[in-house]
Each structure stands twice: as structure tokens, then as C-alpha cells.
Ligand binder design. Structure first.
Ligand code: SAH
Ligand code: SF4
Ligand code: F3S
Length: 449
């Protein structure tokens, strides 16, 4: 690999946790080669974008940001004599070389499985002006690369990459490729390393962790991965995301048997209407989904459920939408990520015409938000006056005297810095907090001394 001594880079990351994890690897790899990270693009020789194209809004953000770099002066003492712009992630993978036609100031394009090529692409762009690599090489896991973690106490650990589900609205299978599982030994070895390093929380990642292992010899099950990673003694274990069609009773039972598996599950429903679920190619019914929720609550009565909902899928009627509203009401989620359907070229749903006016979809979206907020508030009330262990993540953006962190149920918890303790002492530790206030999006309280 080429040495990159003295090179300064600035990394902008959009999209899901998989991109955030890739971003930690890009950072680690470049720093290992002698480059250093800077926060502002004006101080950088190389600006890297790890992009997302799951919805149109994410796409547009990239165009604005790349274009605005055009007139930015070079940093004083720049070693390259020009500023390189590299676009990776899902837009890089989707558009490849074509991206340079839409955005002529882009110098390097790399794909979701070609992160390790970046150092040689930088070298190539410096000699040949531009460089592109969107080929999948090797196994494609960026986890073999060195990493600079966003937080020392938390680690994202991909167990699968890619997706084979082809939900009819979704572009991810086209830009992340076929589902590939990492061998169990690698996952366990990486987890053991984190535990030795003092990491408090591991989040296992995959577009659908529940289908882990189908491509591996002996077809190891996701529940076995949970057992093996939990056995490393990691204080907190989480995973995302779970496709309801593949969530097994074995995995559900782990919420009862593994004390370090946190009582929170993100289980995207997308819709509450069987007609729409079918058109989305989700391959489960509303009834099956509700049965999963029942089984989860039986295994772990206090489990906090969250979900993703798409409003305005082509052909969604008022009746379909009411089914979604009633599903959200019936489950009582802690948190719901709500999206308005966004047409993605190349997906099957993009071919379906939809006469539903924009205002009707916006009105449905607003009605959904009201139900979501009511339940988020009600669910948080259940923790009022209880004591919850909080993993401290930093100070509040609005008030430096207030610390913020996450409860086992993944709620945001705010509390004042206790007397005689410093922020540095508390960062990345788990402290007991007595909850005195429960709002829609957060809890607040005081550390129990
Ligand atoms: N693999 C994960 C996450 C996929 S992307 C999963 O299956 O849950 C995250 C969310 O974006 C999806 O759950 C879906 O709700 C939303 N999404 C995906 N494609 C979309 C589109 N075309 N329009 C609107 N929302 C979309
Ligand atoms: Fe997209 Fe469906 Fe795969 Fe999730 S499971 S990434 S929504 S195709
Ligand atoms: Fe976006 Fe790619 Fe993730 S499209 S949501 S960054 S897999």
C-alpha cells in the first residue's frame, strides 16, 4: 500500500450504521498509512464522502455538498497542489464512473466492497487525474482493516453484508450485493478483542442479521452467534436489523436467557396492511408480525420495540394506511422511524404508477407521527421513578453540564454531572440514574451515588 504521510483527509458519512462502520475503517486505514483526519474540508487535501441512496433526499445532499467544494481555496502548505474528492458508499457503487459526469469535480469513486482499494486509488488519481473501483474484491468485509472507533466504548461489528431480500421499494440489494456471512470464529475473535480493550457495547450489524449463516458450511444460526458473543462477557450486546420473516423462536428466547442482550429490538414492520406487505415483497403478514411481538413480550415483558414504517407506498389506500395506524397503536412502540415512500429507479416498485396526491400522503404521515409520539411518551412514563443503568456517551449539545447516555432499552437519558466527578471519568462507563422526568424522546434524572 502507498504511504500517505502528511495527507490530511476529511470524512463525511451519511446513511446507516453499516456506512458508519465502514467510515471507522476508512479512517483507521488512512491513519495507519500516515494520513491524519481533520474536521473541516478547507483544511483537507482529500475529502471523502461515504454516501447513501436509500431515499432521494440522501442523494440530493451529496450533490449539494460536492458542488460547494468547487470554489473552496486549497489549504496553505497543501502537499498535493489540488484537493481530491472521493465518493464511496452506496452512490459510488450505484453510479460508478458515471458519477463523474454528473459531478465533474469528483476525482475518485469507490464501491461498498472496494474500501481497501482507496489508498491505491488516491495514488492513481494523483498520476492519472481520476480513479474508479466498484468491483467486489475478496470477502468484502471492511472489518479486516484497522479502525478508529467513533467511541472507544462502543463497537459496530458486521456479521453479514449485502441483502438477498429484494423488498420491492429498496435499492440496498443492488448497491450492497448478495448477502455474505462472516465466519463465526472471526466474529468471536473480534468480540474478544473488544472486551479486552474495555469496550462496553457491541452492536452486531447486518441488513438482516436473522438470516446469518445460510451461505456458510453447516449453516450456523444467528442465535448461536448471540450465545458466542454474549459468552465473551461484553457488558451490552445489541443487533440490527431483523427481518420479521426470519426472526426465530430461538432468537426470541435469547432475550430471556442472555443477561447482556439488551431488552430492545428494532423490528421493521414497514406497513400494517397485508395487501401492501405483499406488494412490498416482505413475505410476512400483519398477523405473523403481531405473533412475533406477543412471543417477544412473553420472553421479555419489558422489551422496547422500535420499527420502520413507509407511508405512501404506490397504491396505498386510506384503508391500508388505517391498518398501519392500528398496527402502530396495537404494538405500542418506543420509537418509530417514519419515511415517506421515495421512488428508487431500478427497483420493482418504481414501475408502479401511483395517482395518490402528495398532500394525502403528507396528511397520512402527520397522522402517523401523532400516534407514534403518543406511544413514545406513554412507554417512557413506565420508567419514571425507576433506576436505570446508563452508558455515558458525552455531554448534551445544549448544555455542557448535562451528561447524556443510553439506557438498556436504548432510551436517551440526560443527567447533571455528579459532584466531584469529571466528564472524562464518566465517559464510556455505566452509571445508575434515578429517573425524575420522562418525556417523549428522552428521560432525565440524577446519578444514584
Ligand atoms: N435492512 C434494513 C434497513 C434498510 S434501509 C431493514 O430491512 O430493516 C432502512 C429503512 O429505510 C427501511 O427499513 C425502510 O423503512 C426505509 N426505506 C428503504 N427504501 C425506501 C424507499 N424507497 N422509500 C422510503 N423508505 C425506504
Ligand atoms: Fe432493503 Fe428489504 Fe434488504 Fe432491508 S431487507 S435492506 S428493506 S431489501
Ligand atoms: Fe443507505 Fe446504503 Fe445504508 S443506501 S441505508 S448507506 S446500505
Amino acid at each position: 500500500m502507498p504511504a500517505l504521510n502528511g495527507l490530511r483527509f476529511c470524512l463525511h458519512t451519511f446513511g446507516c450504521q453499516m456506512n458508519k462502520h465502514d467510515s471507522e475503517r476508512v479512517d483507521g486505514m488512512l491513519e495507519a498509512l500516515g494520513a491524519s483526519a481533520v474536521a473541516a474540508p478547507e483544511e483537507a487535501d482529500l475529502v471523502i464522502f461515504l454516501t447513501c441512496c436509500v431515499r432521494e433526499a440522501a442523494d440530493e445532499r451529496l450533490y449539494g455538498q460536492v458542488s460547494s467544494l468547487r470554489n473552496l481555496a486549497l489549504r496553505p502548505n497543501s502537499t498535493l497542489g489540488r484537493r481530491l474528492i472521493a465518493v464511496g458508499g452506496c452512490i459510488g457503487q450505484r453510479d460508478g464512473e458515471g458519477l463523474m459526469e454528473t459531478l465533474p469535480n469528483v476525482d475518485i469513486v469507490f464501491g461498498t466492497r472496494s474500501i481497501a482499494s482507496l489508498p491505491s486509488l488516491i495514488e492513481e488519481a494523483l498520476t492519472k487525474t481520476t480513479a474508479v473501483d466498484i468491483e467486489a474484491k475478496g470477502e468484502g468485509f471492511s472489518s479486516a482493516l484497522p479502525s478508529v472507533r467513533e467511541h472507544q466504548w462502543a463497537a459496530w461489528l458486521p456479521i453479514t453484508i449485502g441483502c438477498d431480500n429484494f423488498c420491492s421499494y429498496c435499492i440496498v440489494p443492488y448497491v450492497r450485493g448478495r448477502e455474505t456471512s462472516r465466519p463465526m470464529e472471526d466474529i468471536v475473535a473480534e468480540s474478544e478483542g473488544y472486551v479486552a480493550d474495555g469496550v462496553q457495547e457491541i452492536t452486531l450489524l447486518g441488513q438482516n442479521v436473522n438470516s446469518y449463516g445460510r451461505d456458510l458450511y453447516g449453516s450456523p444460526q444467528f442465535a448461536e452467534i448471540l450465545d458466542a458473543v454474549a459468552a465473551t462477557g461484553i457488558p451490552r450486546l445489541r443487533f440490527a436489523t431483523s427481518h420479521p420473516k426470519d426472526l426465530t423462536q430461538e432468537v426470541i428466547e435469547r432475550f430471556a436467557t442472555l443477561p447482556n442482550l439488551m431488552p430492545a429490538l428494532h423490528l421493521p414492520a414497514q406497513s400494517g396492511s397485508n395487501t401492501i406487505l405483499k406488494a412490498m415483497n416482505r413475505r410476512y403478514t400483519r398477523e405473523h408480525y403481531l405473533e412475533l411481538v406477543r412471543a417477544l413480550r412473553e420472553a421479555c415483558p419489558d422489551i422496547a420495540l422500535s420499527t420502520d414504517i413507509i407511508v405512501g407506498f404506490p397504491g396505498e389506500t386510506e384503508e391500508d394506511f388505517l391498518e398501519t395506524l392500528s398496527l402502530v397503536d396495537e404494538v405500542g412502540y418506543h420509537q418509530v422511524f417514519t419515511f415517506i415512500y421515495s421512488k428508487r429507479e431500478g427497483t420493482p416498485a418504481a414501475a408502479i404508477d401511483d395517482p395518490t396526491p402528495r398532500e394525502v400522503i403528507q396528511d397520512r404521515f402527520d397522522r402517523l407521527l401523532k400516534v407514534v409520539e403518543r406511544h413514545a411518551y406513554e412507554e417512557n412514563q413506565k420508567d419514571l421513578h425507576s433506576c436505570v443503568p446508563v452508558l455515558v456517551e458525552g455531554t448534551s449539545k445544549k448544555n455542557k453540564d448535562i451528561l447524556t447516555g443510553k439506557s438498556p432499552k436504548n432510551q436517551t437519558v440526560h443527567f447533571p454531572i455528579p459532584a466531584h466527578r469529571s466528564v472524562d471519568q464518566l465517559l464510556g462507563t455505566i452509571v445508575p440514574v434515578s429517573i425524575e422526568e420522562a418525556r417523549t424522546w428522552y428521560l432525565s434524572g440524577r446519578v444514584v451515588e
